[in-house]
Design a protein. Structure first.
Length: 191
């Protein structure tokens, strides 16, 4: 089995988390949107997030997509895989707020009959029934930035002890790059 996630060696990610949260509050409707996944305009976001710009430049990373992922309090994101799930799509997943104690669970579907669907904002993904036979193969708590292959079957379970929404932020890169195809392609990562 290929690796599905890897925590990044970043000394202090909180200032960037705070910067992105401030942007979401002041310049988007993400916090009032009913959508769980909201694409963000890269250039506009970066114009308000100089620490994120510095981080990306230091790592020589050029983002091709950025999005906020919002889980309502006490409501899991269904078992799914992003896009069509045919090809790996490794992205950075960054905790913004209320991620402590939440779990991203990675599943092996024993009956691999998911349904390709589009959510209200046009995001295509494959959904799986909660009743399908499955095996939990791994899980992680989003306590710091992580590389995550969003093409694996997964679900998100917010911390039931927290009352606010769980918000994370994802950054994707050119799909043809090796860093988008394999977690093993990432190395020497520091901030």
């Amino acid at each position: 089995m290929r690796p599905t996630y890897k925590f990044l060696d970043i000394v202090d990610h909180r200032p960037i988390s705070d910067e992105v949260y401030d942007y979401l509050v002041k310049h988007t409707d993400v916090l009032t949107s009913k959508n769980y996944y909201v694409d963000l305009p890269i250039r506009h976001l970066l114009s308000y997030c100089p620490l994120l710009v510095e981080f990306l430049q230091n790592q020589q990373l050029v983002p091709r997509m950025m999005a906020a992922i919002v889980c309502p309090a006490n409501k899991n994101l269904k078992i799914h895989r992003d896009n069509d799930g045919v090809n790996p799509f490794v992205r950075i997943l960054w905790p913004i707020i209320n991620c402590q104690g939440s779990k991203t669970k990675i599943w092996q579907m024993l009956d691999n009959s998911g349904e390709l669907v589009s959510d209200p904002n046009g995001i295509i993904h494959t959904e799986y029934s909660e009743n399908q036979k499955r095996e939990l193969i791994d899980e992680f708590e989003l306590v710091s930035p992580v590389l995550f292959d969003a093409s694996c079957v997964h679900s998100v379970h917010p911390n039931p002890k927290l009352s606010g929404r769980r918000i994370s932020f994802t950054i994707g890169f050119d799909r043809d790059l090796s860093i988008s195809k394999s977690i093993k392609a990432w190395f020497g990562f520091r901030r």
